[in-house]
Design a protein around this ligand. Structure first.
Ligand code: GLU
Length: 471
């Protein structure tokens, strides 16, 4: 059956958190559907009952929505659930049997192994091909792999050739009559009129078998496209056990969806021009499956964070404040809820916005404004107060702060005056002051927050640090 408009699909198995590789595959499909005015079909491949859980399905739908794949968009169709199509899978198997493309076999796996060993083969030797067995308990249905070659025309990888002699007569129905994944996947694609199968490269070895099934079922195979694997720093395939792969986790840590989307799009594809940070609309205009390359793509968390930093800086200030407040007012914030002062954060927000790569870093930059006693970084304290000038200059700074006009500019001038007198540059002089005020050696510009903290509290902190330094 042919369709006028292209139909893409994303077919995840709901067996865990949503993998960044899955998100990339989904995005490529989504983008092509938008670009070519096609349809994006979401099919949940939930036939492995031992591993599926409904919560993962909801997780997939939520994560897709987060990266902008909106189930209410007219290009979106589904979700369909593979488990509800078992009758179609079995019926297709029956058609393959009736047309002579499949046959039953009653060998046990031990018998198959023995025969393979005796004949020096890797797998099943086709023993039952002409035995004319009928269906029966324990009989598996196998596909009769034809002689010759299978050529898969892959839009990303070019022509990939497989010798059919290396492919054993593979199983379609298990001994208990249930369909295997390979068959279910093809039958669903046919039933759902899929024209383009774009998926991860790890499915490439399945493709010749699937293409044979399409042909044997009398349907023209889809356009195939296998996108490159994602690898970690050691060039190993990203894995759930080894690497941070859950989209949900990045989302919780404050990666913005726009940054995630833009970054994922660059894994295997590059926008035109010399910057990779490009708005979604431009990606939609430029993306072409033909320009996706096939070398493994390094999922670089640092690069993702730097994309995120760029997106944070591009946010209108009000949006940044809104996004930050989600974290600042959450139970993960290190201060008691009643100590959070929105007006203090608002006054600091522009200074913070330029200094974070992920939203989660916001807390550490402003915690000293909301904690009654910000914890002191001992090592940084020892280092800063180890300088000879530290205590004498800070004593003079404290004295000046008693009377100075209380605003950031005058505070800065007061500190500079002490610096000139002692011949210490402002940058250095600020070290002990910053530790005294914030407990840390790095942070946003200092004088604005000192102004916000107020004279009394700032002097209390400076004096307490001096007391500690003087032992
Ligand atoms: N359900 C398969 C997976 O999650 C996808 C198969 C396909 O895209 O054809 O890996």
């Amino acid at each position: 059956m042919s369709t006028a408009t292209p139909r893409y699909r994303f077919a995840p198995s709901p067996t865990g958190y949503f993998h960044v590789g899955g998100a990339r595959t989904a995005l490529y499909n989504w983008l092509l559907a938008l670009k070519n005015n096609g349809t994006f079909v979401l099919r949940i491949e939930d036939t492995d009952e031992s591993r599926n859980e409904p919560q993962w399905t909801q997780g997939i739908i939520d994560a897709l929505a987060w990266i902008g794949i909106d189930s209410n968009d007219p290009h979106f169709e589904g979700p369909y659930f593979q488990s509800t199509y078992a009758a179609e899978h079995v019926a297709a198997a029956q058609r393959l049997f009736d047309s002579g493309n499949a046959y039953y076999c009653d060998l046990t796996s031990e018998q198959i192994q023995e025969r393979a060993k005796a004949a020096g083969l890797n797998g099943y030797d086709g023993y039952s091909r002409d035995r004319g067995l009928a269906p029966g308990q324990g009989h598996v249905l196998r596909f009769k792999v034809p002689a010759g070659k299978t050529i898969v025309h892959d839009t990303v990888r070019g022509e990939v050739e497989f010798e059919n002699s290396t492919i054993e007569d593979f199983v379609l129905l298990r001994g208990n009559g249930t369909p295997v994944f390979l068959l279910a996947n093809v039958v669903d694609d046919i039933t759902m009129n899929i024209s383009h199968v774009l998926r991860a490269e790890e499915h490439l070895p399945n493709t010749p078998k699937q293409q044979m099934l399409w042909n044997a079922l009398g349907v023209t195979p889809p356009v195939w496209a296998h996108v490159p694997v994602l690898v970690n720093e050691q060039r190993k395939k990203l894995s759930k056990r080894r690497d941070k792969v859950a989209v949900e986790q990045y989302r919780e840590e404050g990666i913005l969806p726009q940054a995630m989307v833009n970054y994922l799009m660059t894994l295997g594809w590059a926008p035109h021009g010399d910057t990779e940070i490009v708005p979604w609309q431009q990606i939609v205009e430029q993306f072409a499956l033909e320009s996706v390359n096939h070398s493994p793509a390094f999922f670089d968390i640092k690069k993702l964070q730097s994309f995120n930093g760029e997106y944070i800086r591009m946010m209108p200030l009000e949006d940044f404040i809104t996004a930050a407040e989600v974290i600042l007012t959450s139970s993960a914030a290190p201060w008691p809820a009643d100590r959070y002062k929105p007006e203090l954060f608002r006054a600091m927000a522009a200074l913070v916005q330029t200094r974070v790569a992920v939203m989660a870093e916001v807390c550490a930059l402003v915690d000293f404004l909301f904690l009654a006693e910000p914890p002191i970084d001992d090592a940084a304290f020892a280092k800063s107060f180890g300088a000879d000038f530290a205590v004498p200059t800070l004593i003079e700074i404290a004295a000046a702060f008693e009377t100075v006009e209380w605003n950031a500019e005058s505070l800065k001038v007061a500190v500079e005056t002490v610096g000139t007198k002692h011949d210490v540059k402002l940058g250095k002089l600020q070290g002990p002051l910053r530790i005294a005020i914030s407990g840390r050696s790095v942070g946003p510009p200092l004088f604005e927050p000192i102004e916000l903290l107020g004279r009394e509290e700032s002097l209390r902190r400076i004096k307490s640090a001096l007391a500690r330094a003087q032992g």
